[in-house]
Write a protein that binds this ligand. Sequence first.
Ligand code: DGT
Ligand code: ADP
Length: 425
Amino acid sequence: MSRRVLGCLGQCSSRVFAIETDPKVDPVYFSLIKNPPTDAEMPAFQEIFGREKSYSFQVCVEDRIQRALLHDDLRHQLISGFGGDVKVFEMSSFRPNAQNSLVKGFFVNGVCGTPETDQTLSKLLQSNRLAVCTYVPGDAVGRWCQEPLRPAKDGAAAAAGRYGVVPVPSPDHHPSALDIINSSVFYNFIEAHNVMAECAHVITEAKHVLQRVDQTLPMRTTDRFPVIVIEGLDATGKTTLTESLKQSLGGVLLRSPPPCLSPWRACFDAKPALFRRAFYALGNYVTAAHISAESARAPVIVDRYWHSTAAYGIGTSVSGKVGNLPPRGSEVYRWPGDLLRPDLVLLLTVSPEERLRRIRGRGGEKTREEVELEANQLFRSKVEEAYRRMEDPACVVVDASPSAAEVLQQVLLVIKEKVHVQGSL
Ligand SMILES: Nc1nc2c(ncn2[C@H]2C[C@H](O)[C@@H](COP(=O)(O)OP(=O)(O)OP(=O)(O)O)O2)c(=O)[nH]1
Ligand SMILES: Nc1ncnc2c1ncn2[C@@H]1O[C@H](COP(=O)(O)OP(=O)(O)O)[C@@H](O)[C@H]1O
């Protein structure tokens, strides 16, 4: 079973494995060779494989809905099944520079062989949807091997082969950047709609979302008033500014996701990223239909739109440092061809200190992502950098540190310069 499952990870030599030990440093990269490494390939993996027993678990299931659910569930099983002092690291295997080649999983080390951990391992081995491996010293100190495992008759783990583990240099692109297109971010309506339809048999709320989405009016492309989007991290002043702009421009204020999807937002905020991103993507298409209708009669101001969905999707899926983001000019920053394009996107920025001050001043509930934003400067920096790399339309960056009145005046000047707004200004 493991050999077949390992086969789904592709030929050993072409795949690279990445263990994320610390988001602030590069992953530990290694590849497999058919035999235990020779002296020349003496890797230095003692620090990652050397603590007691180490195992890796990778989800090997074709169906992406099942894969997303299994991956989320596997994390909980490992944390609860191996006990508190075991470290659970994200682990992936991929073919460098091959989109959608990423197989996600986890690496655990420091597993002491207690009856509880043996039971957890035995249960995981019974699953025919996981590639389970252990890491054992090679035939000399300092050399390591990977042994795929399969359940023996008594349920214990039995080795089904042995591969040498050899270090490989950091690839050009961080592996997590290989799994963005139509997975962490959706680039057309059909791809997002397909995910929502495919998960409807396991997430009942998906049916309601699809009903709302399918009731949406088709978009018009004839002449319309300007459409201005306000983007930014939470507590940068979007809600305050968009309300003022609505008054100043005599416009209509919309936000994405639209109120008609609000009943199911909390549900999807708690789901695996694939489903959460499809939800927000479809929210943008419903918002686009509302923009199309409203912009026939007045300027439209939008509080968050596709750039939020893309920036949070990219910022969440790309692990490690800001430098791991796909480079400027990458296709991941490009606007979907089938989504109504705004005339201007303004990115509000304030210092981290000012944001925290404003968050404290505002109170109210935080979404899971907002909680993460506060706990995680690295995540926040990646989201903001992703916003700055957006293209066609790019974000016009606005310093939103001054008073609300000053920011409004500054923004009205930018709009006047960049967009011709009919009627009152
Ligand atoms: N609107 C929107 N929010 C997203 C998306 N992906 C993740 N989020 C996260 C970003 C924020 O942490 C949180 C913000 O949600 P909302 O914009 O509905 O709330 P709110 O207007 O209070 O945001 P704000 O705190 O004003 O920036 O949801 C997305 O595609 N669209
Ligand atoms: N320019 C500003 N200067 C000072 N405080 C502001 C400014 N804009 C908004 N605030 C305050 O900061 C908090 C967050 O503003 P809000 O508009 O809700 O931001 P967002 O919608 O981006 O989360 C609110 O308490 C708001 O009154």
